[in-house]
Design a binder for this molecule. Structure first.
Ligand code: FES
Length: 490
């Protein structure tokens, strides 16, 4: 039996271990969330912790063989991306539900793979009382949905564990909100959640494994309504948990809620959430064509040598080696998706990378933060997957770029991204450069409108009825498009 002294900021704690588990597993079991994009497979190099006297080690590859002292990295704060934008509709509060308390509250949640945003609403008035955001604790088990599904496949009890840490993190926010409001323990009457199909499966305890295997059949796509007693969430005993409907295994209710809440008097437009999975929709009048690309989590900063999510310390914008912006104005510790897109565009513009993506040497942005050849390959795969997905949607809808009136970018990256750079690297179409707009957290705002107004439920139903899903792995043109869009053309 060995002793592990854990130091986190000014706090210390001692735990015991027998040495058969990796340090990552030990820390997870003790409820310390270590960022582990590859899910503990020793590939991403991100789960670094400091061992006194030994220096930095990968927690997933380190098996304590004696007493040690571990200095844990500072906890990262999720960046709130929660505000209503002009592109999203705001419904007047109108709901016929019977209130179970004069000051009953509701929670509208955008359940993201990386971050979770929660809007607490006073149900009688429809007023937003608080907005919270935090890292999805499952990031300690992998950056993207595929690594979370693998964890469920490879570990007996894996699904239960991922479900438990997720519901516990939501309940923790509920508790802190209720104590701030000096409200009773069970004053949250209704919770509405929008998220990708995998996140919703794990939240509700459904086996997500079929989502990773052809023919990619979800256990459910329809709206789910659970009574409080079946939800694991801290709700009023007569309250309910509602998850919004999905379209397919990889086009989730985050896209459905986003499409339903868009307020745009247009006929033909694209809606794109790059995130970890490149979900997209093409609206053509009354028809909606949707698909999802296996873009991987590169634009979320995972899988890249110096990549990180858009958190404090991330280089989020890069104009030149002497002009870049770091989130929180602190010393940079890594680079997030928008910074990577800017940097790759700069390399191409300055002839330091050729059209095939070849660089002469790794590009150091700041001591210890670099873009490597392998990073560029990851970016090429991701950008080609997304651009090719857009091309296939256009083909199936019988439209061309000139006929599109706008491209709306949802989610965090959409907000940070520098559109000219995204166009320069071939992630977004040049034809839509001046018609591309960030809409903010449309999934969360959609869940919020569902909570506030019964009218919004009709809009959600319409999106589901109008949508058709195109499975890109079955599409005869996708492989060719994918190969053709790999290069960085001017
Ligand atoms: S290298 Fe340890 S989690 Fe990826």
């Amino acid at each position: 039996m060995y002793k592990i002294l854990l130091r986190e900021n000014s706090q210390t704690r001692v735990i015991q271990t027998q040495g058969q588990q990796s340090l990552l597993e030990i820390l997870r079991n003790e409820d310390y969330s270590i960022y582990a994009p590859c899910g503990g497979k020793g590939r991403c190099g991100k789960c670094l912790v400091d061992i006194k006297g030994e220096g930095k080690v990968l927690a997933c590859n380190y098996y304590p063989a004696g007493d040690i002292e571990v200095i844990l990295p500072a906890k990262e704060e999720a960046q709130i991306l929660a505000t209503q934008t002009a592109y999203l509709e705001d419904f007047p509060p109108a709901h016929s539900r019977q209130l179970l308390h004069p000051d009953a509250y509701g929670a509208a949640i955008d359940l993201g793979t990386t971050t979770i945003v929660c809007y607490f609403v006073h149900l009688a008035s429809g007023r937003i009382v608080k907005i919270s955001s935090w890292m999805n604790p499952q990031t300690a088990y992998g950056a993207d949905v595929i690594s979370r599904i693998s964890y469920c496949q490879e570990n007996p009890g894996g699904l239960k564990l991922l479900q438990k840490i997720l519901t516990e993190s939501i309940n923790k926010e509920f508790n802190s909100f209720l104590s701030e409001m000096k409200a009773g323990k069970q004053q949250i009457q209704e919770t509405v959640i929008a998220g990708n199909t995998t996140m919703l499966h794990i939240l509700l305890g459904y086996n997500p494994e079929p989502l990773a295997l052809a023919p990619f059949t979800p256990a459910f796509t329809a709206q789910q309504v659970h009574k409080a007693e079946n939800s694991s969430l801290l709700l009023h005993p007569l309250g309910r948990l509602i998850t919004l409907p999905c379209i397919s295994a990889y086009v989730g209710s985050d896209i459905v809620a986003g499409l339903a809440v868009l307020k745009v008097p247009l006929q033909h437009y694209l809606f794109l959430d790059i995130g970890t999975n490149g979900e997209m929709a093409l609206v053509k009048g009354e028809e909606i064509f949707t698909c999802a690309t296996a873009a991987g989590p590169a634009f979320e900063g995972a899988g890249l040598s110096s990549g990180m999510p858009a958190l404090k310390g991330a280089i989020a914008a890069f104009e030149s080696p002497s002009n870049y912006k770091v989130i929180g104005d602190v010393r940079p510790v890594g680079i997030c998706g928008s910074g990577v897109i800017d940097s790759v565009a700069w390399l191409r513009r300055n002839h330091l990378m050729d059209e095939s993506g070849l660089i002469q040497q790794d590009f150091e942005i700041y001591p210890g933060i670099q873009i490597t050849q392998a990073d560029i390959r990851e970016i090429q795969l991701a950008k080609s997957a997304i651009y090719s997905g857009i091309k296939i949607l256009l083909k199936r809808a019988g439209l061309n770029f000139q006929e599109l009136e706008a491209l709306f970018l949802a989610g965090g990256l959409g907000n940070y991204i520098h559109i000219p750079s995204a166009v320069e690297i071939g992630l977004l179409p040049a034809e839509l450069k001046d018609k591309t707009f960030a809409v903010g957290n449309s999934a969360g705002i959609g869940a919020l409108q569902f909570l506030r107004s019964e009218v919004f439920a009709n809009k959600v139903d319409r999106v589901i009825q109008q949508s058709q899903y195109i499975e890109l792995s079955d599409d005869e043109d996708f492989a060719l498009e994918f190969a053709m869009n790999m290069d960085f053309l001017k």
